[in-house]
Design a protein around this ligand. Structure first.
Ligand code: FES
Length: 104
């Protein structure tokens, strides 16, 4: 797998990783195919792949990435399989997901 895998989240105050499947799958982020582990947070897979910006603000296009990592802010929201404003820090990876940045 490419990217810095030591950035992956292995413990979380809300998410239960005991059910996490370690099966490698492929997701597409802004047209780029990346490997991920099924069940890990989408944001974790994206950051581990080397992509650091998850969305940009609408007015100034300022980059945003992981902030709270517990589903409380909106810095990680992305469009997932056509559904906008999905909090990628608390949404688990599924094989074949199509994920796109959004400016909100
Ligand atoms: S980083 Fe705050 S909701 Fe995801």
């Amino acid at each position: 797998m490419s990217g810095n895998t030591n950035l992956r989240i292995t413990e979380h105050p809300i998410l239960d990783f005991s059910k996490t499947d370690s099966r490698k799958v492929t997701i597409t982020v802004n047209g780029k195919r990346i490997e991920a582990y099924e069940g890990e947070p989408i944001a974790s897979a994206i950051l581990a792949s080397g992509i650091k910006v998850l969305r940009r603000t609408p007015k100034l296009k300022s980059p945003r990435s992981l902030f709270c990592a517990i589903g409380r802010c909106s810095d990680c929201v992305m469009t997932v399989n056509g559904t906008p404003s999905v909090r990628t820090c608390v949404t688990p990876v599924e094989d074949g997901m199509i994920i796109e940045s959004q400016d909100i």
